[in-house]
Design a protein around this ligand. Structure first.
Ligand code: ATP
Length: 277
């Protein structure tokens, strides 16, 4: 099994059975070329999305510490026009956020029509870190899977295309990345003792992620498990999945833009006539 996309609620996933490394046949140089081509296509698609104003796009990035959420944003969003992209990182909730329901801060940053929003962590933390560290009673977080499905369904009814990525790294790769932060002076600023603390909860997080995948995968808001031990392959899978999701809309966005163009030409023509030109 290579990359898996789960688009059905109830499907059981065992993360230990899903690879964290690229398939043997994957070639780094070919991947780089494909990523560049996908980047150009994504820039183009994003332009149509922006102009047509029919849909918005929401990308949710989740993963354990060091899984590469920031790197994915840098590399994949780097191909896009910053004009229509927003990135929101969700850290520990502020007092004001805690005093609202868990989706309040999330809803504020969902994309408007034409925009593409990337969430670095998200509402899923409320059934991950909250569950693993017992930050809320079980009776509260258990209900959240259903709330999340309903919330995402509402967004999709409003025209939001939702893609959710779990960046899947191995325990060994995470250790290596954490140690690199100590070895390389330029990376030392990222050191956080809490990451080592969370590592001790590896199995609890695995269980929590598996439940997220099983309970919140839907046709319109699927999860993709991305093998993320190799950064080049991780970026390729995310870009490819995004392009595959947006591609089917190209025609309708283009048609909408053609309609708008025809209408604007007619308006200009009428204006010229009114001026006697
Ligand atoms: P990252 O590890 O995401 O690159 P970071 O280490 O710089 O980022 P912040 O962005 O300040 O840290 O915050 C991330 C932390 O916030 C994570 O430990 C995450 O589990 C925690 N967090 C996010 N959402 C919640 C939540 N709803 N409740 C409690 N903790 C949360």
């Amino acid at each position: 099994m290579d990359i898996i996309t789960i688009d059905k609620q109830g499907e059981k996933v065992r993360l230990d059975d899903v690879p964290t490394t690229p398939p043997k046949k994957a070639d780094r140089e070919a991947a780089k070329r494909e990523l560049d081509a996908l980047g150009e296509e994504l820039f183009d698609l994003q332009d149509l999305l922006w102009g047509a104003r029919m849909h918005s796009v929401l990308i949710v990035l989740q993963g354990r510490d060091t899984a590469g959420k920031d790197g994915t944003i840098k590399h994949v969003a780097g191909y896009l026009n910053p004009r229509g992209v927003s990135v929101t990182s969700f850290g520990v909730p502020s007092e004001e956020e805690r005093e609202h329901d868990f989706l309040w801060r999330i809803h504020r940053d969902t994309p408007r029509k034409g925009e593409l929003a990337i969430f670095n962590r998200s509402h899923y933390e409320d059934v991950l870190v909250v569950r693993v560290h017992g930050l809320a009673p079980e009776s509260l977080w258990k209900e959240r899977y259903g709330h999340i499905r309903d919330f995402e369904e509402m967004l999709t009814e409003h025209g939001t295309l939702i893609l959710k990525f779990f960046l899947h790294i191995s325990r060994e790769e995470q250790e290596q990345r954490l140690l690199d932060r100590e070895k390389e002076p330029r990376k030392a600023w990222k050191i956080n003792a809490g990451d080592w603390e969370d590592r001790a909860h590896w199995d609890d997080y695995t269980k929590a992620y598996e439940e997220v995948l099983t309970r919140t995968s839907t046709k319109k808001a699927p999860w993709t498990v991305v093998p993320a031990d190799s950064k080049w392959y991780r970026n390729l899978v995310v870009a490819r999945t995004l392009a595959e999701t947006l591609r089917p809309y190209r025609k309708s966005w283009q048609e909408r833009l053609d309609e708008v163009g025809t209408k604007k030409k007619a308006e200009l023509e009428a204006w010229r006539k009114s001026k006697g030109g």
